[in-house]
Write a protein that binds this ligand. Structure first.
Ligand code: AMP
Ligand code: ZN
Length: 471
Protein backbone atom coordinates (compact mmCIF):
# COMPACT_ATOMS: atom_id res chain seq x y z
CA UNK A 1 0.00 0.00 0.00
CA UNK A 2 1.20 3.50 -0.74
CA UNK A 3 0.89 6.51 1.52
CA UNK A 4 -2.49 8.25 1.49
CA UNK A 5 -3.38 11.43 3.38
CA UNK A 6 -6.61 13.23 4.14
CA UNK A 7 -6.41 16.49 2.23
CA UNK A 8 -8.52 19.31 3.64
CA UNK A 9 -8.82 20.55 0.06
CA UNK A 10 -11.25 18.00 -1.32
CA UNK A 11 -12.10 16.64 2.15
CA UNK A 12 -10.99 13.12 1.22
CA UNK A 13 -8.16 10.67 1.74
CA UNK A 14 -6.04 10.80 -1.40
CA UNK A 15 -2.88 8.98 -2.52
CA UNK A 16 0.14 11.09 -1.74
CA UNK A 17 2.14 12.05 -4.82
CA UNK A 18 5.01 14.46 -4.33
CA UNK A 19 5.81 17.30 -6.68
CA UNK A 20 9.36 16.01 -7.19
CA UNK A 21 9.69 12.21 -7.02
CA UNK A 22 11.32 11.04 -3.80
CA UNK A 23 11.30 14.48 -2.19
CA UNK A 24 8.83 16.26 0.07
CA UNK A 25 8.64 19.91 1.06
CA UNK A 26 6.65 20.21 4.29
CA UNK A 27 5.75 23.35 6.22
CA UNK A 28 4.13 23.11 9.64
CA UNK A 29 2.94 26.27 11.38
CA UNK A 30 5.14 26.70 14.43
CA UNK A 31 4.49 28.16 17.87
CA UNK A 32 3.82 31.73 18.87
CA UNK A 33 6.43 32.04 21.58
CA UNK A 34 4.67 34.26 24.11
CA UNK A 35 4.05 31.53 26.67
CA UNK A 36 4.70 27.83 27.23
CA UNK A 37 3.11 25.51 24.69
CA UNK A 38 0.13 23.75 26.26
CA UNK A 39 -0.45 20.05 25.70
CA UNK A 40 -3.00 20.89 22.97
CA UNK A 41 -0.37 22.80 21.00
CA UNK A 42 2.04 19.93 21.53
CA UNK A 43 -0.46 17.55 19.95
CA UNK A 44 -0.04 19.48 16.70
CA UNK A 45 3.73 19.02 16.75
CA UNK A 46 3.51 15.32 17.58
CA UNK A 47 1.25 14.96 14.52
CA UNK A 48 3.79 16.81 12.32
CA UNK A 49 6.49 14.51 13.67
CA UNK A 50 4.46 11.39 12.90
CA UNK A 51 3.88 12.70 9.38
CA UNK A 52 7.61 13.30 8.82
CA UNK A 53 8.52 9.88 10.21
CA UNK A 54 5.95 8.17 7.99
CA UNK A 55 7.13 10.04 4.90
CA UNK A 56 10.74 9.08 5.64
CA UNK A 57 9.79 5.46 6.25
CA UNK A 58 7.99 5.53 2.89
CA UNK A 59 11.31 6.52 1.32
CA UNK A 60 10.94 10.27 0.88
CA UNK A 61 13.63 12.75 1.67
CA UNK A 62 11.75 15.39 3.67
CA UNK A 63 12.58 19.06 4.14
CA UNK A 64 10.56 20.09 7.19
CA UNK A 65 10.27 23.82 7.78
CA UNK A 66 8.86 25.30 10.98
CA UNK A 67 8.43 28.98 11.77
CA UNK A 68 8.74 30.63 15.14
CA UNK A 69 6.21 33.43 15.42
CA UNK A 70 7.88 36.16 17.43
CA UNK A 71 5.88 39.10 16.08
CA UNK A 72 2.52 39.97 14.52
CA UNK A 73 0.18 37.30 15.93
CA UNK A 74 -2.79 39.13 17.37
CA UNK A 75 -5.12 37.75 20.02
CA UNK A 76 -7.96 37.65 17.47
CA UNK A 77 -7.36 36.02 14.10
CA UNK A 78 -9.15 38.83 12.23
CA UNK A 79 -6.61 41.56 13.02
CA UNK A 80 -8.33 42.21 16.33
CA UNK A 81 -6.92 42.34 19.84
CA UNK A 82 -3.39 43.02 20.92
CA UNK A 83 -0.18 41.40 19.70
CA UNK A 84 0.35 38.30 21.85
CA UNK A 85 4.11 38.81 22.04
CA UNK A 86 3.88 42.46 23.02
CA UNK A 87 1.26 41.91 25.73
CA UNK A 88 3.29 39.04 27.16
CA UNK A 89 6.48 41.15 27.22
CA UNK A 90 4.63 43.98 28.95
CA UNK A 91 3.11 41.68 31.54
CA UNK A 92 6.50 40.19 32.35
CA UNK A 93 8.47 43.44 32.21
CA UNK A 94 10.76 41.97 29.53
CA UNK A 95 11.57 42.79 25.93
CA UNK A 96 9.80 40.92 23.13
CA UNK A 97 13.08 39.27 22.17
CA UNK A 98 13.74 38.09 25.71
CA UNK A 99 10.28 36.58 25.91
CA UNK A 100 10.70 34.98 22.48
CA UNK A 101 14.07 33.46 23.35
CA UNK A 102 12.86 32.08 26.64
CA UNK A 103 9.73 30.40 25.28
CA UNK A 104 11.45 29.18 22.11
CA UNK A 105 13.93 27.33 24.27
CA UNK A 106 11.14 25.99 26.50
CA UNK A 107 9.31 24.83 23.36
CA UNK A 108 12.27 22.83 22.08
CA UNK A 109 12.87 21.33 25.52
CA UNK A 110 9.28 20.07 25.46
CA UNK A 111 9.42 18.78 21.90
CA UNK A 112 12.70 16.99 22.60
CA UNK A 113 11.20 15.31 25.67
CA UNK A 114 8.31 14.18 23.50
CA UNK A 115 10.62 12.59 20.93
CA UNK A 116 9.75 15.18 18.27
CA UNK A 117 12.60 15.48 15.79
CA UNK A 118 13.98 18.96 15.17
CA UNK A 119 12.69 20.30 11.83
CA UNK A 120 15.20 20.62 8.99
CA UNK A 121 14.80 24.40 9.09
CA UNK A 122 13.51 26.50 11.99
CA UNK A 123 12.95 30.14 11.00
CA UNK A 124 12.05 33.16 13.09
CA UNK A 125 9.59 35.73 11.76
CA UNK A 126 11.74 38.68 12.87
CA UNK A 127 14.66 37.33 10.80
CA UNK A 128 12.54 37.39 7.63
CA UNK A 129 10.96 40.83 7.51
CA UNK A 130 12.71 41.64 4.20
CA UNK A 131 11.26 38.46 2.63
CA UNK A 132 7.80 39.45 3.84
CA UNK A 133 8.14 42.96 2.43
CA UNK A 134 9.29 41.56 -0.93
CA UNK A 135 6.32 39.18 -1.05
CA UNK A 136 3.86 41.95 -0.14
CA UNK A 137 5.32 44.05 -2.98
CA UNK A 138 4.54 41.23 -5.41
CA UNK A 139 0.97 41.01 -4.09
CA UNK A 140 0.62 44.76 -4.45
CA UNK A 141 2.06 44.77 -7.98
CA UNK A 142 -0.47 42.08 -8.94
CA UNK A 143 -3.33 44.36 -7.82
CA UNK A 144 -4.64 42.59 -4.72
CA UNK A 145 -4.12 45.28 -2.10
CA UNK A 146 -5.46 48.60 -0.90
CA UNK A 147 -4.29 51.11 1.66
CA UNK A 148 -6.68 52.23 4.30
CA UNK A 149 -6.19 54.00 7.62
CA UNK A 150 -2.44 53.79 7.11
CA UNK A 151 -2.40 49.95 6.84
CA UNK A 152 -2.02 47.81 3.75
CA UNK A 153 -4.83 45.27 3.30
CA UNK A 154 -5.37 42.21 1.15
CA UNK A 155 -8.54 42.66 -0.88
CA UNK A 156 -10.29 39.30 -0.90
CA UNK A 157 -12.79 40.46 -3.53
CA UNK A 158 -9.93 40.41 -6.09
CA UNK A 159 -9.09 36.77 -5.36
CA UNK A 160 -11.58 34.54 -7.14
CA UNK A 161 -11.16 31.37 -5.13
CA UNK A 162 -10.95 33.01 -1.70
CA UNK A 163 -12.15 30.71 1.07
CA UNK A 164 -12.15 27.46 -0.94
CA UNK A 165 -10.07 25.62 1.68
CA UNK A 166 -12.59 26.38 4.39
CA UNK A 167 -15.58 26.24 2.00
CA UNK A 168 -16.42 29.77 3.00
CA UNK A 169 -19.11 31.53 0.99
CA UNK A 170 -18.26 35.01 -0.17
CA UNK A 171 -21.84 36.16 0.48
CA UNK A 172 -21.53 35.10 4.11
CA UNK A 173 -18.22 36.91 4.37
CA UNK A 174 -19.77 40.09 2.95
CA UNK A 175 -22.62 39.81 5.41
CA UNK A 176 -19.99 39.60 8.14
CA UNK A 177 -18.76 43.02 7.05
CA UNK A 178 -21.61 44.60 8.94
CA UNK A 179 -20.16 43.44 12.22
CA UNK A 180 -16.50 44.07 11.48
CA UNK A 181 -14.68 46.11 14.09
CA UNK A 182 -12.08 47.45 11.66
CA UNK A 183 -13.71 50.27 9.71
CA UNK A 184 -10.75 50.46 7.34
CA UNK A 185 -11.67 47.14 5.76
CA UNK A 186 -13.83 46.93 2.64
CA UNK A 187 -14.74 43.37 3.51
CA UNK A 188 -14.79 41.79 6.97
CA UNK A 189 -12.46 39.03 5.77
CA UNK A 190 -9.88 41.40 4.25
CA UNK A 191 -6.72 41.19 6.28
CA UNK A 192 -3.68 43.26 7.09
CA UNK A 193 -0.46 42.65 5.18
CA UNK A 194 1.40 45.55 6.78
CA UNK A 195 0.45 47.64 9.80
CA UNK A 196 1.60 51.24 10.09
CA UNK A 197 -0.94 53.43 11.82
CA UNK A 198 -3.05 51.48 14.15
CA UNK A 199 -3.38 50.65 17.77
CA UNK A 200 0.17 49.31 17.67
CA UNK A 201 1.82 52.63 16.92
CA UNK A 202 3.71 52.80 20.16
CA UNK A 203 5.32 49.42 20.09
CA UNK A 204 9.07 48.88 20.14
CA UNK A 205 9.58 46.54 17.20
CA UNK A 206 8.98 48.26 13.86
CA UNK A 207 10.64 48.15 10.45
CA UNK A 208 10.85 50.51 7.47
CA UNK A 209 8.83 49.50 4.45
CA UNK A 210 7.44 51.00 1.23
CA UNK A 211 4.18 51.59 3.17
CA UNK A 212 5.82 53.32 6.12
CA UNK A 213 7.41 52.21 9.34
CA UNK A 214 5.45 49.42 10.90
CA UNK A 215 5.22 45.68 11.06
CA UNK A 216 3.82 42.68 9.20
CA UNK A 217 0.51 40.89 9.60
CA UNK A 218 0.73 37.36 10.94
CA UNK A 219 -0.35 35.40 7.86
CA UNK A 220 2.33 36.83 5.57
CA UNK A 221 5.13 35.34 7.64
CA UNK A 222 4.13 31.75 6.85
CA UNK A 223 3.76 32.51 3.13
CA UNK A 224 7.09 34.32 2.94
CA UNK A 225 9.12 31.76 4.87
CA UNK A 226 7.60 28.65 3.29
CA UNK A 227 8.12 30.06 -0.22
CA UNK A 228 11.67 31.06 0.64
CA UNK A 229 12.67 27.58 1.84
CA UNK A 230 10.36 25.30 -0.14
CA UNK A 231 9.65 27.16 -3.37
CA UNK A 232 6.54 28.76 -4.89
CA UNK A 233 4.70 25.44 -4.89
CA UNK A 234 5.27 22.65 -2.41
CA UNK A 235 3.80 19.44 -1.07
CA UNK A 236 2.34 19.62 2.44
CA UNK A 237 1.26 22.33 4.85
CA UNK A 238 -0.03 21.47 8.32
CA UNK A 239 -1.55 23.04 11.40
CA UNK A 240 -4.49 22.69 13.76
CA UNK A 241 -8.06 22.84 12.43
CA UNK A 242 -8.49 26.31 13.94
CA UNK A 243 -6.22 27.58 11.15
CA UNK A 244 -8.50 26.50 8.29
CA UNK A 245 -10.96 29.43 8.09
CA UNK A 246 -8.59 32.36 8.57
CA UNK A 247 -4.84 31.76 8.78
CA UNK A 248 -4.47 29.11 6.09
CA UNK A 249 -7.23 30.59 3.95
CA UNK A 250 -5.34 33.88 3.96
CA UNK A 251 -1.98 32.23 3.39
CA UNK A 252 -3.33 30.61 0.22
CA UNK A 253 -4.87 33.86 -1.06
CA UNK A 254 -1.75 35.95 -0.63
CA UNK A 255 0.71 33.27 -1.86
CA UNK A 256 -1.24 32.51 -5.02
CA UNK A 257 -1.88 36.22 -5.61
CA UNK A 258 1.86 36.90 -5.40
CA UNK A 259 3.09 34.06 -7.60
CA UNK A 260 0.11 33.55 -9.91
CA UNK A 261 0.61 29.79 -9.39
CA UNK A 262 -2.04 27.40 -8.14
CA UNK A 263 -2.16 25.27 -6.14
CA UNK A 264 0.39 26.81 -3.84
CA UNK A 265 0.22 23.73 -1.56
CA UNK A 266 -0.87 20.29 -2.75
CA UNK A 267 -1.93 18.68 0.55
CA UNK A 268 -3.35 20.40 3.61
CA UNK A 269 -3.14 18.33 6.79
CA UNK A 270 -5.07 19.54 9.83
CA UNK A 271 -5.11 18.01 13.29
CA UNK A 272 -8.20 18.03 15.50
CA UNK A 273 -8.06 19.57 18.94
CA UNK A 274 -7.23 18.18 22.32
CA UNK A 275 -9.93 19.37 24.70
CA UNK A 276 -10.38 19.24 28.43
CA UNK A 277 -13.48 18.00 30.19
CA UNK A 278 -13.80 21.57 31.45
CA UNK A 279 -13.86 22.81 27.85
CA UNK A 280 -11.28 24.82 25.95
CA UNK A 281 -7.80 25.15 27.38
CA UNK A 282 -7.11 28.71 28.35
CA UNK A 283 -3.99 30.41 29.54
CA UNK A 284 -5.91 32.60 31.97
CA UNK A 285 -7.74 29.75 33.71
CA UNK A 286 -6.35 27.01 35.90
CA UNK A 287 -6.85 24.46 33.14
CA UNK A 288 -3.72 25.46 31.24
CA UNK A 289 -1.76 22.21 31.18
CA UNK A 290 1.84 22.07 30.01
CA UNK A 291 4.11 19.07 29.59
CA UNK A 292 5.86 20.17 32.78
CA UNK A 293 2.51 19.98 34.63
CA UNK A 294 2.33 16.31 33.64
CA UNK A 295 5.95 15.62 34.56
CA UNK A 296 5.43 17.20 37.97
CA UNK A 297 2.38 14.99 38.44
CA UNK A 298 4.69 11.99 37.98
CA UNK A 299 4.15 11.14 34.31
CA UNK A 300 6.86 10.49 31.75
CA UNK A 301 6.58 12.75 28.67
CA UNK A 302 6.30 9.59 26.58
CA UNK A 303 3.14 8.62 28.51
CA UNK A 304 1.57 11.67 26.90
CA UNK A 305 2.90 10.79 23.46
CA UNK A 306 1.55 7.25 23.87
CA UNK A 307 -1.80 8.70 24.95
CA UNK A 308 -1.90 10.81 21.75
CA UNK A 309 -1.04 7.80 19.57
CA UNK A 310 -4.17 6.11 20.86
CA UNK A 311 -6.41 8.44 18.83
CA UNK A 312 -6.40 9.29 15.16
CA UNK A 313 -5.10 12.81 14.52
CA UNK A 314 -8.42 13.83 12.91
CA UNK A 315 -10.42 12.88 16.00
CA UNK A 316 -10.93 15.23 18.86
CA UNK A 317 -9.32 13.91 22.04
CA UNK A 318 -10.62 14.66 25.46
CA UNK A 319 -7.78 14.87 27.93
CA UNK A 320 -8.19 13.28 31.34
CA UNK A 321 -5.74 11.98 33.91
CA UNK A 322 -7.63 8.69 33.90
CA UNK A 323 -6.91 8.24 30.19
CA UNK A 324 -3.31 9.29 30.74
CA UNK A 325 -3.02 6.64 33.48
CA UNK A 326 -4.20 4.00 31.03
CA UNK A 327 -1.55 5.15 28.54
CA UNK A 328 1.11 5.06 31.24
CA UNK A 329 0.16 1.50 32.22
CA UNK A 330 0.21 0.34 28.61
CA UNK A 331 3.60 1.93 28.02
CA UNK A 332 5.01 0.48 31.24
CA UNK A 333 3.81 -2.94 30.29
CA UNK A 334 5.47 -2.58 26.86
CA UNK A 335 8.73 -1.57 28.53
CA UNK A 336 8.58 -4.55 30.92
CA UNK A 337 8.00 -6.91 28.00
CA UNK A 338 10.93 -5.39 26.16
CA UNK A 339 13.23 -5.84 29.15
CA UNK A 340 12.28 -9.50 29.20
CA UNK A 341 12.76 -9.88 25.46
CA UNK A 342 16.19 -8.31 25.73
CA UNK A 343 17.17 -10.83 28.38
CA UNK A 344 15.86 -13.66 26.24
CA UNK A 345 17.73 -12.39 23.19
CA UNK A 346 21.00 -11.92 25.05
CA UNK A 347 23.82 -13.68 23.28
CA UNK A 348 21.85 -14.46 20.14
CA UNK A 349 22.68 -12.73 16.86
CA UNK A 350 20.72 -9.63 15.80
CA UNK A 351 17.29 -10.63 14.59
CA UNK A 352 15.49 -9.61 11.44
CA UNK A 353 12.18 -7.73 11.28
CA UNK A 354 9.05 -9.76 10.64
CA UNK A 355 7.66 -8.83 7.21
CA UNK A 356 4.04 -9.65 8.20
CA UNK A 357 4.06 -7.52 11.32
CA UNK A 358 5.81 -4.66 9.54
CA UNK A 359 3.26 -4.81 6.72
CA UNK A 360 0.44 -4.41 9.26
CA UNK A 361 2.24 -1.49 10.86
CA UNK A 362 3.06 0.24 7.57
CA UNK A 363 -0.40 -0.17 6.15
CA UNK A 364 -1.80 1.50 9.28
CA UNK A 365 0.57 4.45 9.17
CA UNK A 366 0.23 4.85 5.42
CA UNK A 367 -3.54 4.90 5.75
CA UNK A 368 -3.70 8.55 6.77
CA UNK A 369 -1.39 8.06 9.76
CA UNK A 370 -3.57 5.64 11.69
CA UNK A 371 -1.58 5.49 14.92
CA UNK A 372 -4.28 3.53 16.81
CA UNK A 373 -3.99 0.72 14.26
CA UNK A 374 -0.20 1.02 14.32
CA UNK A 375 -0.25 0.55 18.10
CA UNK A 376 -2.49 -2.47 17.63
CA UNK A 377 0.12 -3.87 15.21
CA UNK A 378 2.81 -3.30 17.84
CA UNK A 379 0.76 -5.17 20.46
CA UNK A 380 0.00 -8.02 18.05
CA UNK A 381 3.75 -8.35 17.56
CA UNK A 382 4.38 -8.42 21.31
CA UNK A 383 1.84 -11.22 21.68
CA UNK A 384 3.25 -13.32 18.85
CA UNK A 385 4.74 -16.40 20.53
CA UNK A 386 6.06 -17.86 17.29
CA UNK A 387 8.86 -15.34 16.76
CA UNK A 388 12.35 -15.44 18.24
CA UNK A 389 12.97 -12.70 20.83
CA UNK A 390 15.67 -11.18 18.63
CA UNK A 391 13.26 -10.96 15.67
CA UNK A 392 10.60 -9.30 17.82
CA UNK A 393 13.18 -6.76 18.97
CA UNK A 394 14.29 -6.08 15.39
CA UNK A 395 10.65 -5.47 14.40
CA UNK A 396 10.01 -3.27 17.42
CA UNK A 397 13.03 -1.18 16.42
CA UNK A 398 11.38 -0.26 13.12
CA UNK A 399 7.96 0.42 14.67
CA UNK A 400 9.55 2.41 17.48
CA UNK A 401 11.27 4.67 14.95
CA UNK A 402 7.94 5.18 13.14
CA UNK A 403 6.03 6.05 16.32
CA UNK A 404 8.88 7.96 17.98
CA UNK A 405 8.13 6.39 21.37
CA UNK A 406 11.76 5.61 22.30
CA UNK A 407 10.61 2.27 23.71
CA UNK A 408 13.87 0.47 23.13
CA UNK A 409 15.95 3.26 24.63
CA UNK A 410 13.70 3.61 27.66
CA UNK A 411 13.60 -0.12 28.32
CA UNK A 412 17.41 -0.05 28.16
CA UNK A 413 17.58 2.07 31.30
CA UNK A 414 15.31 -0.33 33.11
CA UNK A 415 17.28 -3.56 32.75
CA UNK A 416 17.16 -4.57 36.42
CA UNK A 417 20.78 -5.26 37.19
CA UNK A 418 21.11 -2.66 39.93
CA UNK A 419 19.99 -5.10 42.61
CA UNK A 420 22.09 -7.83 41.21
CA UNK A 421 25.76 -7.68 42.22
CA UNK A 422 26.74 -10.56 39.95
CA UNK A 423 25.16 -8.72 36.99
CA UNK A 424 27.07 -5.56 37.85
CA UNK A 425 30.35 -7.44 38.17
CA UNK A 426 29.71 -9.08 34.82
CA UNK A 427 29.16 -5.73 33.15
CA UNK A 428 32.31 -4.32 34.76
CA UNK A 429 34.30 -7.30 33.49
CA UNK A 430 32.84 -6.68 30.02
CA UNK A 431 33.93 -3.06 30.27
CA UNK A 432 37.46 -3.96 31.40
CA UNK A 433 37.73 -6.31 28.44
CA UNK A 434 36.41 -3.61 26.09
CA UNK A 435 39.04 -1.18 27.39
CA UNK A 436 41.73 -3.78 26.85
CA UNK A 437 40.55 -4.13 23.25
CA UNK A 438 40.63 -0.30 22.99
CA UNK A 439 36.85 -0.32 22.34
CA UNK A 440 36.33 2.86 24.35
CA UNK A 441 32.87 3.52 22.93
CA UNK A 442 31.64 0.22 24.30
CA UNK A 443 33.41 0.81 27.61
CA UNK A 444 31.79 4.20 27.91
CA UNK A 445 28.36 2.83 27.02
CA UNK A 446 28.62 0.26 29.80
CA UNK A 447 29.68 2.92 32.30
CA UNK A 448 26.71 5.09 31.35
CA UNK A 449 24.33 2.14 31.48
CA UNK A 450 25.47 1.44 35.03
CA UNK A 451 25.33 5.13 35.97
CA UNK A 452 21.72 5.23 34.85
CA UNK A 453 20.97 2.59 37.43
CA UNK A 454 22.74 4.44 40.20
CA UNK A 455 25.99 2.49 40.01
CA UNK A 456 29.13 4.64 40.15
CA UNK A 457 32.44 3.25 38.88
CA UNK A 458 35.92 4.28 40.03
CA UNK A 459 38.94 3.10 38.11
CA UNK A 460 41.91 2.39 40.39
CA UNK A 461 45.32 0.80 39.66
CA UNK A 462 43.93 -2.30 41.33
CA UNK A 463 40.95 -2.43 39.00
CA UNK A 464 37.46 -0.95 38.79
CA UNK A 465 35.49 -0.53 41.99
CA UNK A 466 31.81 0.28 42.24
CA UNK A 467 29.33 1.62 44.73
CA UNK A 468 25.70 2.62 44.72
CA UNK A 469 25.42 6.35 44.15
CA UNK A 470 22.51 8.71 43.86
CA UNK A 471 20.23 8.23 40.85
P1 AMP B 1 -0.15 28.72 18.39
O1 AMP B 1 1.14 28.66 19.19
O2 AMP B 1 -1.29 29.30 19.14
O3 AMP B 1 0.08 29.41 17.06
O4 AMP B 1 -0.59 27.24 18.08
C1 AMP B 1 0.31 26.25 17.69
C2 AMP B 1 -0.39 25.07 17.03
O5 AMP B 1 -1.23 24.38 17.97
C3 AMP B 1 -1.30 25.44 15.87
O6 AMP B 1 -1.10 24.51 14.82
C4 AMP B 1 -2.69 25.31 16.46
O7 AMP B 1 -3.63 25.02 15.45
C5 AMP B 1 -2.51 24.14 17.40
N1 AMP B 1 -3.46 24.06 18.51
C6 AMP B 1 -3.86 25.06 19.33
N2 AMP B 1 -4.68 24.60 20.30
C7 AMP B 1 -4.78 23.25 20.11
C8 AMP B 1 -5.46 22.18 20.79
N3 AMP B 1 -6.19 22.40 21.89
N4 AMP B 1 -5.35 20.92 20.31
C9 AMP B 1 -4.59 20.68 19.22
N5 AMP B 1 -3.92 21.63 18.52
C10 AMP B 1 -4.01 22.90 18.97
ZN1 ZN C 1 1.19 29.60 9.77
Amino acid sequence: MALALFNTIGRAVAPFISLVPGKVGFYGCGPTVYNYAHIGNLRAYVVHDILVRTLRRAGFSVTHVMNITDIGHLAGDNDTGTDKMISSARERGKSVLEVADFYTQAFFTDTERLGIMKPTIVCKATDHIADMIALIQRIEAAGYTYRSGGNLYFDIAQFQSYGELARLRLDDLRAGARITVDENKHNAADFVLWFTKSKFENQALTWDSPWGRGYPGWHIECSAMSIKYLGEQFDIHAGGIDHIPVHHTNEIAQSEAATGKSPWVRYWVHNEFLVLDKGKMSKSLDNFITLQTLVEAGYHPMDYRYFLMGAHYRSQIQFSYQALDAARNARKSLLAKLVLLKKLAEGSPTGSPSPEHLAAFDSAMEDDLSTPRALAALWALMHDQTLAASDVLATVAVMDEGLGLRLLADSEARVPVADDSAGIEALIAERTEAKKQKDFIKADRIRRKLNEQGIVLTDTPAGTRWHRGVL
